[in-house]
Ligand binder design. Structure first.
Ligand SMILES: Cc1cc2nc3c(=O)[nH]c(=O)nc-3n(C[C@H](O)[C@H](O)[C@H](O)COP(=O)(O)OP(=O)(O)OC[C@H]3O[C@@H](n4cnc5c(N)ncnc54)[C@H](O)[C@@H]3O)c2cc1C
Length: 320
């Protein structure tokens, strides 16, 4: 046995086998170790009684991706999908039973034996599951696709982020635009700060003049107003960041509160697959926004502080 391998996979379940097959196809030397005498893991058919083979665990092909069947040419190697007809049979101790499938009419008839209401609702439930599955299933190959790409071994694997590339680019663009719009808001707030400080400087002309006459140098006045502006900016930034963080964290609850108070629904689960808008607070982003805001507010204090430092004591006192 060759003792050098590129990869050793413990367990010959279907995930181990698929991974091993892809690695081997990429030219890697792979060893798969299985503790049972049978490979397949949970996806296994066993002859529990002579002449009778049964799926001892997983029996429905639900998550196995068609890309894998295609890539590994499984049909050529004997893979065949067996239709479920009937799809399930559940006997009960009291003699009753539930036989599902193969068609919708039969399923409805069978479930009606237990609950007419459930039988009527089942198609809606199944349609919802189909929608969720069609959205989620392509995500299953995402991590694998990334890992294989990193190796740069010439494979092209399509996943949902690639299939909907334009959609993701538009989300990224929206995010950048939102940052820009927020920046403009902060600039407006900074201009407000300039106006406030200029008014304070005007109002305090006499006090500045008195300070100057008792020996305060222009640089001291400059520093005083720089510190005052920076403090206003700091308090505003910290309060804004805290408020924004709280709003983001409790956004889903706030949204539901508004919905139930006004009897409206912003997100219809039957259209968008979810009735929540999940939020994800990224501290790196909060930090970036806070630093930019602080820098802008600090810059906004320079002009009013400079005006204050240029106050002529005699001139200011003469007009008082
Ligand atoms: C009862 C049941 C019913 C299910 N029904 C369905 C279904 O109908 N449809 C569906 O899509 N999914 C179903 N699933 C889920 C599905 O079977 C699993 O998600 C899937 O089989 C997981 O595959 P796997 O390769 O990751 O692991 P497994 O199939 O669990 O394989 C792991 C393998 O590793 C081996 N192993 C473990 N430890 C070691 C070790 N230390 N050394 C060597 N070998 C080791 C085990 O013997 C096993 O062969 C079902 C699961 C169960 C338990």
């Amino acid at each position: 046995m060759n003792s050098k391998y590129d990869a050793i996979i413990i367990g010959a379940g279907h995930n181990g086998l698929v991974t091993a097959a892809y690695l081997a196809r990429a030219g890697r030397k792979v060893l798969v170790l299985e503790r049972r005498e049978l490979i397949g893991g949970c996806v296994v058919t066993e002859e529990l009684w002579p002449g009778f083979k049964v799926s001892t665990a997983s029996y429905v092909n639900s998550l196995f991706r068609p890309e894998i069947i295609r890539d590994l040419e499984l049909k050529r190697h004997g893979f065949a999908m067996l239709p479920r007809s009937p799809s399930s049979f559940t006997p009960l101790p009291d003699g009753r039973y539930l036989m599902m499938g193969p068609d919708k009419a039969m399923t409805h008839r069978e479930v009606s034996k237990f609950s007419k209401k459930d039988a009527d609702n089942l198609p809606k439930f199944e349609a919802m599951l189909e929608r969720v599955a069609s959205f989620l299933a392509p995500m299953l190959v995402r991590t694998v696709a990334r890992a294989i790409d990193v190796d740069g071994n010439g494979y092209f694997i399509s996943d949902w982020t690639r299939d909907h590339l334009n959609f993701f680019r538009s989300i990224e663009l929206t995010k950048s635009m939102m940052f820009f719009i927020l920046l403009i808001l902060v600039v407006v707030a900074a201009i407000n700060l300039i106006a406030t400080l200029v008014m304070i400087v005007k109002e305090k002309q006499t006090d500045i003049a008195i300070l100057r006459t008792i020996g305060a140098a222009p640089v001291n006045v400059l520093r005083m107003f720089l510190v005052q502006g920076a403090l206003i900016g700091l308090v505003g930034t910290v309060a804004g960041a805290l408020l924004g963080w709280l709003l983001s964290v409790y956004f889903p609850a706030i949204l539901h509160g508004i919905e139930s108070a006004f009897g409206v629904q912003f997100l219809d689960a039957s259209i968008y697959l979810m009735n929540d808008l999940p939020t994800d607070v990224r501290f790196a982003d909060v930090f970036k926004v806070s630093v930019v805001t602080l820098l802008l507010t600090a810059a906004a204090t320079i002009y009013p502080a400079w005006r204050a430092s240029r106050t002529m004591p005699a001139e200011a006192l003469r007009h008082d």
